[in-house]
Design a protein around this ligand. Structure first.
Ligand code: KG4
Ligand code: ZN
Length: 356
């Protein structure tokens, strides 16, 4: 069956078409219009600007996705429409939801509302490099700009959150640390790049909650430690920050060393907690997902940890790590397969604070 999905929860306007049958998923198109440049000048996503851009772009992105997928007759060829209903920015989500409800109504096609995190989990089903079978119960390690979660998965849609962040998400910490170092938004890729030339053991940064008995995380302390470290290193400089608060007393070497030390600390907590959770719950696979799953060091370290535990490890192909609509289409497909009835367009509602 063909599924068309729309994703507008944050700053990407995305539409995708997949062909799905059994466990096999083929991506026919995956179009993304990013607003990163617009929001970069504000240092983060501005919700009302995001929604305005979604309205501006969604029509073109929709047409491109259909064209690329070779869909000529929407009503005849598309079997299911999927839309992200939350979590995310309310004004941004509403644009996609309104558009999706309209096309589902216009063409009389079932509509499914998808949890964005369920989408990230299912990015692992898009072009996997090994067959993704016999994996349940699986441990999902979800790391993004808004979430840091360990989720047990017994089947598609059967989730139990066993650990989550008590304050900042890991991606948010990357973005804030990047800002303190005067790097652009989004900060994750910028920190990772700079860390390549830095010494990860240069500065002893904290690994918050690494020894706590639960599976929860906390990233605000690590962020504050970076702030104090920068303050200490720049003390004695004629002026330690410019008019916008960016540090100017740091050398390039110090910046690279801070990026590398921060990245190592942030990732070590994930590895420690995920390994313990996998062992304690006897899982058959570990699945990484979310925007921060694009981080090469995290991918390598979690792969290594899984190998040591003798558990298969899956991570999304790079192009599916950050927000996209193909992952939303896959989550909707499995939801539909479990229950093909009652997916009326009127019943799909927004829930900006949806949890798994
Ligand atoms: O999943 P996503 O696209 O949006 C949310 O649902 O939050 O994740 C975006 C987050 C941002 O915080 C960004 O800095 C982070 O993912 N990110 C990375 C990398 N690429 C993106 N963090 C660390 N290393 C990366 N290479
Ligand atoms: Zn996301």
């Amino acid at each position: 069956m063909k599924v068309l999905a729309i994703e507008t929860s944050c700053d990407e306007t995305a539409v995708a078409v997949i062909e799905a049958s059994g466990e096999h998923i083929e991506v026919l198109s995956n179009v993304i219009s990013s607003q990163v440049k617009l929001h970069a000048q504000y240092g983060g996503v501005v919700p009302h600007l995001a929604s305005r851009e979604h309205v501006k772009n969604i029509g073109h992105v929709f047409e491109s996705a259909l064209k690329e997928a070779g869909v000529k007759d929407f009503k005849k060829e598309i079997d299911l429409v999927a839309i992200t209903r939350g979590p995310g920015l309310g004004p941004a989500l509403l644009v996609g939801i309104t558009f999706a409800r309209t096309i589902a109504w216009r063409f009389g096609i079932p509509l499914i509302g998808v949890n964005h995190m369920d989408g990230h989990i299912h990015s692992n089903w898009l072009e996997p490099d090994q067959p993704i079978t016999a994996i349940f119960p699986a441990l999902n390690v979800i790391v993004s700009g808004g979430h840091t979660e360990l989720v047990l998965m017994r089947g598609h849609g059967e989730y139990r959150i066993i650990g989550e962040t008590l304050d900042d998400a890991i991606g948010e910490a990357f973005d804030k640390a990047a800002r303190m170092l005067g790097l652009g938004y989004p900060g994750g890729p910028a920190i990772a790049k700079l860390a390549e030339s830095g010494n990860p053991d240069a500065y002893p940064l904290p690994r918050p909650m690494i020894r706590s008995k639960n599976y929860h995380f906390s990233y605000s302390g690590l962020k504050t430690a970076v702030l104090y470290l920068i303050r200490d290193l720049t003390q004695g400089s004629p002026s330690s920050s410019d008019s916008s608060g960016l540090p100017i007393g740091l050398t390039d070497r110090q910046k690279a060393d801070i990026a590398a030390s921060f990245q190592k600390a942030a990732i070590e907590v994930i590895i420690a907690k995920a390994s313990r959770a996998a062992r304690d719950h006897g899982v058959k696979a570990i699945l990484l997902s979310g925007g921060v799953s694009a981080n090469t060091l995290l991918r390598e370290r979690l792969h290594q940890a899984s190998t040591e535990l003798g558990i298969p490890f899956f991570r999304p192909a790079m192009k599916y790590t950050t927000d996209n609509a193909a992952m939303i289409a896959v989550a909707a497909y499995f939801q539909y397969r479990n229950n093909p009835h009652g997916h009326d367009w009127k019943s799909v509602q927004m829930d900006a604070n949806l949890t798994l």
